[in-house]
Design a protein around this ligand. Structure first.
Ligand code: GTP
Ligand code: MG
Length: 437
């Protein structure tokens, strides 16, 4: 542990601004002593206490103080929380006095980083806590809570242990190279590798569902110019977000905004309309539209004339919106075959489209695994490749080669939970947190 990791750190843990209450958090051995220097009557025990706070002759408040002793705190080390009346100036002055009393200003995410360093949580739980703070839908909240409570950690640990078992069997082959022992251990090693691979593949398959729960379903509106994409985008959002006009090629760049419907998040993306054009900027916008459509979870193709849909296949990731063409299909047929008739301007029929998107989101997230971010996914992919190599090596190469591949798989799996994290990975994860978390 470096000296800076032993410092008493302090930060304002609540949003900066006017509010009923604000909280300053201190962590590290000596937090209680530091807090005692700026309070009168704080006994440093682990119960809430109303005390006078006399930071200086001018900075005063009646506050609540709580100490967390031993490893019972969030960070796993001695900590104190001080709750003030939520004035911006008061809280800032109080923090300056606490820093004068010997604490150091915490860096972004340093409290959670200490919780990780002190073994209270693993990296996936830290990410889950970050996701809890960022969650903007019920689905995202549910998934973040499970991750913060260790669901992903448990899954990865299980795969890690299966790989350790495989490695132990492979080691037996090194120690006892007799043919009959080898044959049996090779068989067992392959079985253990297969078990680990099966679980990894299950998680990789569920990643998309997990990602959608966390980030929302990416829904891209495409279609010809003047089809009414921006009008529909605004109607779905319930706000005048994108520019609408009868001039073709109004939207040049992709515009995205979140919509929450029935507890699910949808990232709606309005795009430039498709048409032949000589304008360089418009062409770039159209290329962007095509790219966005490729990366979408669902594409909404907005058309104004029923002829524009004939002959085109509709897959489960496409919804065709017939904008202001009411006479084309009956009310009963509306919504079937992935075709929805609505009026983007008045909003008539828009609810049906939202329901359709909700159904798609439910379907795509039902098999969501516990791995839900790109870092975890990439590490599992590497582990999968290493295990596949190890499996081939069991019957074709020496036991040393098998062990080397299995060690690579273990390194990768371990990096997900933080058994052997690199400094850059840790910095990347914790820098996304706010100061005070
Ligand atoms: N009457 C009626 N007019 C609509 C409807 N939807 C769009 N419009 C009009 O059609 C014109 C084009 O609408 P936009 O939403 O800008 O079309 P867009 O598809 O975004 O067009 P680009 O950005 O150029 O690709 C505007 O004048 C809208 O007011 C509708 O449902 N009914
Ligand atoms: Mg537009």
């Amino acid at each position: 542990m470096t000296n800076s990791e032993k410092d008493v750190i302090a930060a304002i843990a609540t949003p900066h601004g006017r509010g009923a209450i604000s909280c300053i958090r201190l962590s590290g051995a000596g937090s209680v002593e530091t807090a005692k220097k700026v309070t009168e009557g704080f006994d440093g025990k682990s119960h809430a206490l109303m005390v006078n706070c006399k930071f200086s002759s001018k900075v005063r408040d009646k506050i609540m103080a709580v100490a967390f002793l031993g490893n019972k705190s969030y960070t796993g080390e001695e900590s104190v929380e001080l709750y003030f009346h939520g004035g911006k100036y008061l809280t800032e002055q109080a923090l300056l006095c606490i820093l004068d009393a010997g604490a150091r200003m915490a860096e972004a995410g340093e409290f959670t980083r200490r919780a990780f360093m002190n073994g209270k949580i693993d990296l996936t739980q830290a990410e889950g806590i970050g996701d809890l703070i960022d969650a903007d839908s019920m689905l995202a909240l549910d998934s973040a809570y499970e991750q913060s409570e260790g669901k992903t950690r448990k899954t990865i640990d299980e795969i890690y242990n299966q790989t350790v078992t495989a490695a132990a069997k492979a080691e037996v082959s090194i120690d006892y190279p007799e043919e009959d022992v080898q044959e049996q251990t090779n068989e067992e090693t392959v079985k253990d590798i297969d078990d680990a691979l099966e679980n990894i593949r299950k998680e990789l398959k569920g990643y998309n569902g997990g990602r959608i729960k966390r980030e929302g379903l990416r829904v891209v509106l495409t279609g010809k110019t003047n089809a009414g994409k921006s009008t529909l985008f605004n109607t779905l959002l319930g706000e005048d977000r994108a520019i609408v006009s009868d001039e073709e090629g109004t939207t040049r760049d992709a515009v995205e905004e979140k919509m929450i419907y029935r507890g699910c998040a949808f990232v709606l993306v309005d795009t430039a309309g498709l048409r032949e054009t000589d304008s360089k900027a418009e062409k770039m916008g159209i290329e962007r539209s095509i790219r966005e459509a490729k990366e979408a979870d669902v594409v909404i193709r907005v058309v104004r004339k029923k002829e524009q849909i004939s002959g085109k296949t509709v897959d489960e990731n496409t919804v065709i919106v017939l904008n202001s063409c009411k006479s084309f299909i009956s009310e009963e047929q509306n919504g079937s075959n992935g075709i929805i008739v609505l009026n983007a301007k008045t909003g008539e029929g828009a609810e049906k489209l939202k329901e359709k998107l909700y159904e798609i989101s439910k379907f795509k997230t039902q098999s969501g695994g516990s791995v839900n971010n790109a870092r975890q996914y990439a590490a599992l992919k590497v582990a999968e490749e290493s295990l596949e190599r190890a499996k081939i090596a069991v019957n074709t190469l020496t036991a040393d080669c098998v062990c080397a591949d299995l060690r690579e798989a273990l390194d990768s799996l371990g990096s997900v939970t933080g058994k052997n994290p690199s400094d850059s990975v840790i910095d990347e994860i914790f820098s996304k947190f706010c100061v005070g978390k």
